[in-house]
Design a protein around this ligand. Sequence first.
Ligand code: GDG
Length: 468
Amino acid sequence: MSRARRLVAVSNRVGPVRNVAAAGGLAVGLVDALREHGGLWFGWSGRIAKNSRTVVHKEKIEGLTLATIDLTQQESDGFYNGFSNNCLWPLLHFRIDLTRFERAQLEVYRRVNRRFALAVRKLLKPDDLVWVHDFHLLPLAEELRSLGARQRIGFFLHTPFPPTEILSTLPAQEELMRALFAYDLVGFQTPEDLGRFQEHVGWVLDGTVRGKSVTAFGRQLHAGAFPIGIDTEQFNRFAFSPPGSQEFARMRRALAGRDQFIGVDRLDYSKGLLRRMDAFGRYLERHPDAHGKVILLQVAPVSRSDVASYREFRDELEREAAGINGRFGRFDWTPVHYLNRALPRRTLAGLYRASRVGIVTPMRDGMNLVAKEYVAAQDPADPGVLVLSRFAGAAQQMTAALLVNPYDGEETAEALHQARTMRASERRRRHQTLMKRLRVFDVRRWRSDYLAALAAAPAWRAPAPPAR
Ligand code: GDG
């Protein structure tokens, strides 16, 4: 892509930009690209304002500009806790049972997208490339277009794209899909997600698909799969240099010869934590020889605690973990170690390295970066084994992991056993295969593939009027 074009990223939240490696997340993927292109990153500041007068806070940090706005309490409730996290998130993870659709929240969602668009529009230069992230901002391009924006605008969905039968239950489905067609490029995590989008276009939106070109609502866009990666080499360095290497040594000492299974997940029902506890309980039940010799370390920082379903889920998980400890624990052995807070990223790297088995068993996940981080942190000479849900996007690429169906507690329990007892030669072989792909399909590759496709997407033209 031409170096002269500025990149403008828009996501619900921005940054951090300083010490980005330590922060992880989307920032790792974006900050380098924004720096290279003298870019701008726009989003919600996370702060609550008293009124909805738009004041854009701008800050120049290390060659890129952060621009943020505050939201009112009502906007944050309706847009973030409400429509985004209580309706779209569960729906996109195939959980119709948890999906709560409220028209009033959809209204606020649209209003906040419009406020974002009004602020972004004023900041745009004619030749900018605009890259919008995630389900909070589905209608952003449509709002920008209505304000006259003609720039290339791309969208990337970090979550799965659900099957058409599930998406069709959303009363606002057509409105949101129409909005999506104001983008020039729509990116998904996996070919499966892309396929489900294409099916929905054909079956429900009466559109057509030709290669990467998708037409509906009188508009044509490009759609593709761009699996997100991590900074593989850097994460490996985290595990093998201080403080990660010190945390590794400390953990190994604390384990005193026991084998550690590790899970690291935002406290979210999509991550399969309850079923994971159940599978670990089954494993202990079937393998009494492992009693006193294995530990499950579950790191689960709280997330979205303003949403009721998350609070209930947290209580349930705590009961489940306590249940296993009560049932199997001994005075000198506690099987489940449960940390309900975030740890520094370098500490995580050390803990992954110290763990014989990585358990990543979401019920549904867009990609899952923890799976990739766990593998990147291993010692190639004596690597641990990844047990990975088939329903994480990462499973499409990481077929050398032990793939499981997280709905099957027996299968998962057996995979834990297989992982713990796997011969070193097989562990090394699997690890090598996994690392080879992680090195090629890292976060830089994700970003450059996406931006090249955005620059090559057809330029925006107003929708054709419906045929008579
Ligand atoms: C969404 C999609 C997609 C976790 N605990 C701690 C901590 N983390 C870090 C992990 C990892 C990140 O958070 C989580 O990323 P995931 O990919 O696993 O999951 P989501 O947060 O749900 O992300 C997902 C992703 O977007 C990218 O497109 O893969 O499917 O749902 O980097 O390490 N980091 C620190 N302390 C913790 O305790 N420092």
